[in-house]
Ligand binder design. Structure first.
Ligand code: SF4
Length: 277
């Protein structure tokens, strides 16, 4: 069991965020809005006023207390370190200002590639996916190769067509993973769940993809096998909930939800330090 967990964690190693190897791309390249929990409204390509010359954040330890949820929940899926260390081989937007604009654009494409890699990597670890395992692995390999392209070629990638193919595979992986393959109710689950109390609803293996679950009450719910891709979980109460076997859950979703020490998470995700103890 432990070996399996270690093996899975190893697969995710290169698509987990590592700010120490990045040049603060998310704090520069993105457009932000104060309303979304960032320190100020800012245009894309302009460094945040809190970003320091060593690419650290001068208010890092206070982000949560200051209510900067946008900063604490963002996850680049390891795209930042890939752009910094592989694509541009250690050149930063400060050391190579002429390349800065291209770096920001490449970062945005890389983030989407790494996000697809994240989901596909999880898909290959699911149960009963033998019939599509080869397709998943070849898609992973294809996308990995794209992440190693030169910046000019990265900017030419047709992300949408790849995303469509990836989404078909992910949906199939979720279906194959389900133990209860006959339940129709689970495939057509309600998507507008803002503020809903779901504690008495059977959410196991439910297709919740794209659902709006802002501030929903999921306290102590069992979300094993539930499809959570694209679910908006901001302020959802997941204290004591079991998400250890939820499908396509990301660090951003976890960072924006309200959990505690009893919330069960997959080993590849980190428990936010600011969660209730
Ligand atoms: S406040 Fe810190 S983490 Fe947030 S965008 Fe600015 S530098 Fe980045």
């Amino acid at each position: 069991m432990n070996n399996k967990i270690e093996l899975i964690d190893q697969l995710f190693k290169h698509i987990k965020i590592d700010c120490s190897k990045c040049f603060g791309f998310c704090c520069v390249a993105l457009y932000f809005s104060k309303l979304d929990g960032f320190p100020a409204d800012k245009v894309a390509g302009c460094p945040c006023k809190h970003l320091q010359s060593d690419f650290g954040c001068d208010i890092h330890s206070e982000l949560r207390n200051k209510g900067l949820k946008g900063c604490t929940s963002y996850d680049c899926f390891g795209a930042g370190q890939k752009i910094a260390q592989i694509t541009y081989r250690g050149k930063s937007w400060i050391s190579s200002p002429k390349l800065a604009k291209q770096m920001y654009e490449a970062f945005l494409v890389m983030r989407q590639l790494h996000e697809m890699l994240w989901y596909l990597t999880e898909a290959v670890t699911l149960e009963n996916i033998v019939s599509i395992k080869e397709s998943l692995q070849s898609m992973i390999e294809e996308i990995k190769q794209m992440t190693l392209l030169k910046p000019e070629a990265i900017l030419e990638i047709d992300i949408e067509s790849h995303r469509t193919q990836v989404n078909i595979l992910l949906k199939e992986a979720y279906k194959l993973n389900r133990q209860d393959k006959k339940s129709i109710q689970k495939t057509s689950f309600e998507k507008m769940l803002i503020g809903k109390d779901l504690r008495k609803v059977n959410l196991k293996e439910a297709d919740l993809s794209g659902a709006m679950m802002i501030a929903a009450n999921l306290k102590e719910c069992d979300l094993s096998g539930a499809l959570l891709i694209g679910v908006d979980m901001r302020d959802a109460d997941i204290r004591g909930a079991n998400l250890s076997k939820s499908i396509f859950l990301t660090q951003t979703q976890i960072n924006t939800a309200k959990g505690n020490q009893f919330t069960k998470l997959p080993s590849r995700l980190d428990r936010p330090s600011y969660w209730e103890k």
